[in-house]
Design a binder for this molecule. Structure first.
Ligand code: ZN
Length: 397
């Protein structure tokens, strides 16, 4: 039996479900991760894995590393916080009493992403038992749902200060439908403020310029599909998500209206190209209107550049990308596919910004952040197999 066959034979669906239930069964809304972090520590310790808690006492980061001295370091990152329940009545099951029904494991955080943290623990158990000439770590973090300051960013700061070892490769266990997620869109947020001229409602057509009506035309013009595409990230997406206009009274034509745009960027887009396209679109929308007046507003940094998070990529041509492209067929006997249809943000961007090769690979499930969230159990098993094949690939490579 090859080492890979041996590793794959050790993957135990029952154990994965057990670990996942332990974590999902414990509420851990962002800010309240302490209990689940301690549970994760106990599970790792119970499996005779080294474990330490870093970061804040109330919001610990759970770190486990085997073979810390080995030549290269592969870390698996998962977040242990979840979003709140929101509307309890919308759930048809107890969100904190995880149950398996057929191939589905239900519960808050099952899909996003505590079941995946269970997979990471199981993979650590197997690699520890098997022995591997590679440093392998589990980095189970709080605070992902609120930006990562107390979780992944804290770890990256500790890496920069030399307090903990910097991984050569990071795998993010967020849902990816067993596809390889090599990139994430960037984020650029800006406001468009329309200017009008206030007057009495009765004079609206005489000397008024209604900023709300102008802004409405601006929103319609901007809210559109953007015909650009990156094979690793997909299309850019923008959405007008807030609008504010008018004054406090109902008998006055509004002189101002501001709407806010959340633009998810792909490669080739910059804050400046986006601003130029907004100008082109709005200039066209206002053609022939002598009172069409608006301004572009976005936060700037000290150097005078617009604040934004650029898109980030660890392509298939990188060492980690190549290893994934071998691991997926080795573990699942099928060709790897790229995950591009929903490239929302994960903690992966923080590692990539720090120059660390980072790829996402995780299970399939539905209703993350919603009622009756679930994960498909067979995809957790497949995830574990790919992680093992990846570790052995990197051990050899
Ligand atoms: Zn998540």
């Amino acid at each position: 039996m090859s080492k890979l066959e041996k590793a794959l034979s050790l993957v135990d669906e029952g154990r994965i479900v057990e670990l996942a239930k332990e974590l999902v069964g414990m509420p851990s809304v962002s800010g309240e991760e302490k209990r689940v972090a301690h549970r994760a520590r106990d599970l790792l310790e119970g499996a005779e894995l080294p474990v330490e808690l870093r970061g804040g006492e109330d919001r610990p980061v759970v770190v486990s590393t085997i073979n810390p001295e080995a030549g290269r370091f592969l870390a698996f990152n998962g977040h242990i916080d979840t979003v709140p329940i929101a509307v309890p009545e919308a759930w048809t099951r107890d969100p904190f009493d995880p149950v398996v029904e057929g191939n589905r494991l239900y519960g808050r955080g099952s899909c996003d992403m505590k079941a995946s943290c269970g997979v990471i623990i199981h993979v650590m158990e197997i690699l520890n038992e098997l022995g591997v000439d590679l440093s392998v770590g589990a980095q189970l973090v709080p605070d992902e749902e609120r930006g990562g300051t107390h979780g992944t960013l804290l770890l990256i700061n500790e890496m920069k200060r030399g307090l903990i070892r910097r991984p050569d490769y990071v795998v993010i266990g967020e849902k990816s439908n067993l596809k390889v997620r090599v990139a994430e869109r960037g984020i650029f947020r800006y406001d468009i403020k329309f200017h009008g001229r206030a007057t009495h409602t009765c004079n609206a057509r005489v000397d008024g310029v209604n900023a709300v009506a102008r802004a409405a035309r601006g929103v319609i013009a901007l809210e559109r599909h953007i015909d650009k595409y990156d094979p690793y990230i997909g299309h850019p997406v923008l959405s007008v998500n807030k609008i504010q206009g008018g004054g406090t009274v109902m008998n006055q034509v509004p002189a101002e209206c501001t709407f806010s745009v959340d633009h998810r960027m792909i490669t080739g887009e910059t804050s400046e190209t986006i601003k130029a396209e907004v100008k082109e679109t709005l200039d066209k929308a206002g053609e022939g209107d002598p009172d069409w007046s608006w301004e572009f507003i976005a936060e700037k940094d000290e150097a005078g550049k617009y604040v934004h998070s650029p898109p980030s990529i660890t392509g298939p041509e990188t060492e980690l990308g190549k290893a994934f492209y071998k691991a997926v067929p080795a573990a699942l006997d099928r060709e790897p596919e790229l995950f591009v249809e929903w490239a929302g943000g994960t903690d992966g961007r923080h590692y990539r910004y720090a120059g660390i090769q980072t790829i996402g690979f995780g299970p399939n499930g539905e209703h993350a952040h919603g009622p009756d969230e679930f994960v498909y159990v067979d995809t957790l098993v497949a995830q574990a197999k790919v992680y093992l094949a990846l570790a052995l690939e990197l051990e050899e490579g």
